[in-house]
Design a protein around this ligand. Structure first.
Ligand SMILES: Nc1nc2c(ncn2[C@@H]2O[C@H](COP(=O)(O)OP(=O)(O)OP(=O)(O)O)[C@@H](O)[C@H]2O)c(=O)[nH]1
Length: 413
């Protein structure tokens, strides 16, 4: 197990002090739980929600793309309440975190629910700036009664960022969203240290920790797998003070406001294009593969192996519920994060009436069409078609890689 130290003594003391203060708050604390795709947000959230101390917790889960799956994968207890929002929260104009909070407030005012904290799980691709701006005094201006109600009722109390030790460094190097998630954190948690090949100090984790400390010198860094790690403490109410996180953070918040103001003033083309800002550079795609009939385990395994070999790190995330022919009453949950395919989990029952196989893909520059074709060919065991598609995908992907490399070279010169 790597030794992960708190990287800055003074700010840790300050953060601890905030946590210990008995603050009589008039507003409900809201925590942002973020981290790049597959970092382990839902896993940690599920674990926290099982703690009786978190019985009065409301959850907002935001998902990239149109198909919500996390609401089936985040298990809430009887007294907890969850809301799912689809469409990337950071790209939605006037981010819909305020809409979600207002919805919770309305339910609470009607006496239908009661909660003492809210945890917002962002998409793995979220740029935290617009979400934070919607929740802090002096951030995005309140437009209308709804925003005023939210500002009077809720306050941002912390930003917890998870970093996967297997893929964290690559994600930070390749995706600016991952960098910003780290920089905006007031708590950082390393996940998946149990997957490291050797117990004991790891040079990779040490260099990742140094990278994180450089991006964010004040947030304490903890290891989710370390003895004594207290996940509940991550959600101790405290004051979230962006200015204490450095100039980059305050600059990004200001830039976000300017971007939103510019977008709001842009003339409408009639296509409602002011509804959102694509902050992910147009390359990131989310799509879903579905199958009505149960599928064979062997076909599923074949497809997952082929697609992860063909698309490699451009396959940012796959998650899904699978209806297996061998055991149709109990869905399998599958997860892949970049090149890492995780062991399949078994659910004892379907979480809803929808028993179709649904696989959500988030990719970087990978066209959905050949992925769909490969899925169909693998499930129907059409070997010659699989071979042809793989050859075409290989060529298509290497062309895409060459293009983006030449674009990067042009931009750099
Ligand atoms: N071994 C190990 N696996 C983990 C850990 N945390 C998460 N996982 C696994 O990593 C995969 C992704 O975890 P999730 O919790 O779904 O990740 P996420 O951040 O919610 O994913 P997105 O919402 O898609 O960004 C799942 O297979 C988890 O079981 C960990 O600390 N150790």
């Amino acid at each position: 197990m790597p030794e992960v130290r708190n990287n800055a003594e003074k700010p840790v003391d300050r953060a601890e002090q905030h946590s210990r203060e008995t603050v009589h708050r008039s507003r409900i604390p809201v925590f942002i739980l973020t981290g790049f795709l597959g970092a382990g947000k839902s896993t940690l959230l599920n674990s926290v929600l099982r703690d009786p101390a978190f019985a009065r917790t409301a959850v907002i889960v935001n998902e990239f793309g149109d198909v919500a799956l996390d609401h089936d994968l985040v298990s809430i207890g009887q007294t907890q309440v969850a809301r799912t929002t689809t469409g990337c929260m950071c790209c939605t104009f006037g981010s819909n975190v305020r809409a979600g909070l207002h919805d919770l407030h309305t339910l609470a005012a009607a006496g239908e629910v009661s909660f003492e904290r809210v945890i917002v799980e962002t998409t793995g691709l979220a740029d935290p700036a617009p979400i934070i701006n919607d929740l802090i005094p002096g951030g995005s201006p309140a437009v209308g009664l709804r925003d005023h109600v939210v500002a009077r009722t809720f306050e941002l109390a912390g930003v917890v960022t998870l970093v996967d030790v297997m893929t964290g460094a690559t994600s930070i190097e390749n995706h600016f969203e991952a960098t910003k998630q780290v920089a905006f954190a007031d708590r950082i948690v390393l996940t998946k240290t149990d997957l490291l090949p050797d117990p004991g100090p790891s040079p990779d984790v040490e260099s990742l920790t140094a990278m994180l400390a450089k991006l964010n010198p004040s947030a304490p860094i903890e290891d989710r797998m370390a003895t004594g790690f207290a996940q509940g403490r991550l959600f101790d109410p405290r004051a979230y003070v962006p200015a204490s996180l450095g100039d980059d953070v305050t600059g990004w918040l200001a830039l976000d406001e300017a971007l939103r103001a510019e977008n709001a003033n842009a003339p409408s083309s009639g296509h409602d294009d002011r509804d959102g800002i694509d902050r992910h550079g147009g390359r990131i795609r989310a799509f879903t593969l579905t199958r009505d009939d149960p599928i064979e385990q062997v076909a599923l395994d074949k497809f997952m192996t082929l697609i992860s070999a063909a698309a490699g790190p451009r396959l940012l995330r796959v998650k899904g519920l699978v209806n297996l022919m061998e055991d149709p009453g109990r869905p399998r949950v599958i997860h892949a994060v970049q090149h890492v395919v995780y062991p399949t989990l078994l659910l004892e029952a379907w979480p809803s009436d929808d028993h179709r196989t649904r696989l959500v893909f988030i990719t970087d520059g990978v066209d959905p069409k050949p992925v769909r074709q490969l899925f169909d060919a693998a499930l129907d065991n059409r070997l010659s078609r699989i071979r042809r598609l793989l050859a075409e995908m290989g060529e298509g992907l290497s062309q895409a890689l060459r293009l983006s490399a030449s674009r990067m070279t042009r931009n750099a010169s």
